[in-house]
Design a protein around this ligand. Structure first.
Ligand code: HEM
Ligand code: FES
Length: 356
């Protein structure tokens, strides 16, 4: 969190995870080389450089697909949350593999002439109007540039100094980057004899990423529709969240304000408090976290906030918006008008012993 910065945030769990990712990448590249040599022989034999290019390119694409699947998959199945906790390291590893692929392509196809390889990449082929001769390397290069920007700003230092909104916007560029890579591979496949199964793999990955996003999105929209019933009382339009007993102890129920804002309503220590559902770190869903040591703990990377004022415990300084709450009988009501981040709000007290 905000108190200080550490170059790379490793812990024993992350080290094991990173070792697993490195091992999987090395295994994939080795297998690709081995199977490639077996499959392409004689007149179809591929040079070591082309084999390495394809191995690195397809590995980076697979890794990028996994990175994009983790978010929606963790929404559909909470058991996958520990993988989400490590997504950032996987993203940086993806950039490194893609950069090796790009550097090798640049050296192999543009490194032996008299002009600078980068200039050669940008200027040699200008057939922008022909599908069959389009400079397919350019979408790949644009994607690599985006991956670089994301990897370079992935540290919490940038998250804090660029502002959460700009950082989020920058990191949403991963979707255009993915589209550019699909274009890179599809246009490349049109102009040379490529391994057909690589193109099939790319299509299958793109279809999986799209489907998972659609399913997770439609499930969330359906849940939001069931969370917006309003009640007039005390000249305030209160949002009905449900009954106290429907909120498990130290957990939350997520309510959806008429404007679409999600509110996490927590029950803890015989009290009810409501804070924004959006974590100040990377927008994680606070309402899917739990109260640990008296603080709401984000399920994504563990940032914490006090439920009654939305402030991170000292020495941290992050804050999220809070909401007024009241309990009417056993019904929990929330004022959907957000208070400024960090505003203390009196919790509503509930009789724990009355739980059915
Ligand atoms: C400067 C950036 C890049 C350049 C110059 C570049 C160049 C190339 C070239 C020349 C090939 C054809 C290799 C061959 O079979 O002879 C290729 C294939 C490929 N590239 Fe890239 N690339 C770049 C970035 C990327 C990125 C960022 C990714 C994925 C994240 C990627 C994924 C792939 C894949 C999957 C293939 C295999 C396509 C196939 O053989 O069917 N490339 N790239
Ligand atoms: S999004 Fe990272 S801790 Fe909440």
């Amino acid at each position: 969190m905000s108190a200080g910065y550490v170059a790379v945030q490793w812990n024993p769990y992350k080290r094991r995870y990173d070792a697993f990712v490195c091992g999987a990448v090395v295994l994939y590249l080795g297998m690709f080389g081995f199977v490639g040599k077996l499959l392409f022989r004689g007149e179809h034999a591929l040079s070591d450089e082309v084999l390495a290019l394809r191995a690195l390119g397809s590995c980076a694409f697979l890794m990028l697909s996994v990175v994009l699947c983790i978010g929606p998959a963790a929404r559909l199945d909470r058991r996958l949350l520990p993988i989400l906790y490590n997504r950032r390291h996987l993203g940086v590893a993806t950039f490194l593999v893609a950069a090796l692929h790009g550097a090798l392509a640049l050296g192999y196809y543009h490194g032996f002439g008299r002009i600078n390889p980068l200039l050669s990449l940008l200027t040699t082929n200008t057939s922008f109007t022909s599908l069959r001769a389009f400079p397919f390397q350019l979408p790949g290069a644009a994607a690599l540039l985006i991956l670089f920007l994301m990897a370079a700003t992935s540290h919490d230092f940038w998250n804090r100094n660029l502002s959460a909104r700009l950082w989020k916007w920058l990191h949403m560029l991963v979707y255009p980057a993915y589209g550019l890579v699909v274009m890179h591979v599809a246009l490349g496949a049109l102009q040379a004899q490529r391994t057909w199964w690589l193109a099939a793999l790319v299509c299958a990955c793109a279809a999986t990423v799209t489907t998972l996003h659609l399913v997770a999105g439609s499930r969330e929209r359906a849940a939001d529709r069931g969370r917006t019933s309003m009640i007039e009382a005390d000249a305030t339009a209160w949002l009905e969240v449900g009954r106290v007993d429907e909120i498990p102890p130290d957990r939350a129920r997520i309510a959806c304000a008429p404007g679409g804002e999600r509110i996490a309503v927590f029950r803890y220590d015989g009290r009810i408090s409501a804070i924004s559902n959006v974590c100040a770190h990377q927008g994680g869903p606070l309402g899917e976290g739990k109260v640990v040591d008296g603080c709401v703990t984000c399920p994504w990377h563990g940032w914490q906030y006090r439920p009654a004022d939305g402030q991170a415990p000292p020495p941290f300084t992050e804050r999220v918006a809070t909401f007024r709450v009241r309990v009417d009988g056993r019904r929990v009501l929330v004022d959907p008008n957000a208070l400024p981040p960090g505003t203390p709000v009196e919790p509503a007290f509930v009789e724990e012993s009355c739980d059915a």
